[in-house]
Design a protein around this ligand. Structure first.
Ligand code: VAH
Length: 317
């Protein structure tokens, strides 16, 4: 990776990945794009372009203008939004992905796009979900993610594009809020713990889902993209996770810092149905064996860091 084009650079992953890549590869070597601009460090610390990923021609022009050799495609609608607007989700998630893969093919770029635990469905083994198993998701987001994994495999096999990807769990972060996800409760809970001392969860107690702290997700992307291609058996869909947790466990960890913290529940049936269709825990062995995946943060370390960093962020407002 020398000259990197990112789509969705103002999103939950993109906001932090852009800054991390600029630190590692040089600010001018990371071209951030998003459908809108913003008054923030992503836009102000290096090249930024407005880009609607459904406009393949515009994406290609930016790739040629900056002579990029790597395309990191993050722009997508997440699970709950996709369930509310399935056709729009298909157009953006699949139309954007095809455009990005075509640019990578024509400009001979290395390619990354995330998959998700959402690529699994109710018929998938729920515990320690294997790397290779049944994938019959019952959400539009899941259909997009399975199709995306297959499409990226196809571009590698048919055209030799060096496509790589990770099946991300829920990602927890304090820089840019997530939007429209089923796992967003696991981010909101930390904000509300500091703002009001209580949180009303839209996901039921006892609903286990895989989660990971954003620093581990960013490192996983860079480590995978820098990995020796000859060692990769599963290119576009590595299971990665740091923990399998449920709302009561996060609440108990928060109480170690804020003893009076309270959680109650107003379950959102749509997002609960999505969560219930996903695995309780996935098996990241292939990622560990093929390119040395390792998560540094467990629930205790993540909660401590989240509360510290969010306290600073909220105080600065
Ligand atoms: C979502 N945060 O909730 C995303 C992610 C595994 C969850 O794909 O849709």
């Amino acid at each position: 990776m020398k000259k990197i084009l990112l789509t969705g650079a103002l999103g939950q992953i993109g906001s932090e990945l852009t800054m991390k890549l600029r630190e590692v590869y040089g600010a001018n070597n990371v071209i951030a794009t998003d459908i809108r601009s913003a008054e923030n460090e992503v836009v102000q610390s290096g090249p930024f372009e407005i880009l609607d990923v459904t406009d393949g021609k515009a994406m290609h022009e930016i790739a040629v203008k900056y002579k990029v050799d790597t395309l990191i495609h993050l722009a997508a609608l997440l699970s709950a939004t996709a369930e509310a607007m399935p056709l729009l989700a298909w157009n953006i998630n699949m139309g954007g992905l095809v455009n990005a893969l075509e640019v990578a093919r024509e400009e001979r770029c290395q390619f990354f796009t995330p998959s998700s635990i959402g690529a699994f469905g109710p018929s998938t083994p729920k515990e320690k979900t294997p790397q290779d198993t049944i994938q019959r998701p019952t959400t539009m987001y899941g259909v997009n993610k399975v199709s995306g994994e297959l499409l990226c495999d196809y571009y590698f096999q048919k055209f030799g594009v060096d496509t790589r990807g990770l099946r991300f769990p829920g990602l927890i972060s304090y820089v840019a809020p997530p939007g429209g996800g089923t796992t967003d409760y696991a981010v909101e809970i930390y904000y509300d713990a500091l703002k009001t001392g209580k949180y009303t969860s839209f996901i039921a107690a006892g609903t286990f889902m895989d989660m990971m702290y954003m620093p581990d997700a960013l490192q996983a992307i860079i480590t995978l993209m820098e990995a020796d291609a000859s060692k990769l058996i599963h290119r576009n869909s590595f299971n990665v996770t740091a923990m399998s947790i449920e709302p009561e466990q996060i609440a108990a960890e928060i109480r170690k810092t804020i003893p009076s913290f309270k959680i109650d529940y107003q379950v959102d049936p749509i997002r609960q149905r999505i969560a219930d269709s996903w695995p309780n825990s996935i098996d990241p062995t292939a990622a560990k064996e093929e390119w040395g995946f390792k998560a540094e943060f467990n629930l205790e370390a993540m909660t401590k860091d989240m509360l510290e960093k969010l306290k600073e962020k909220l105080a600065a407002k």
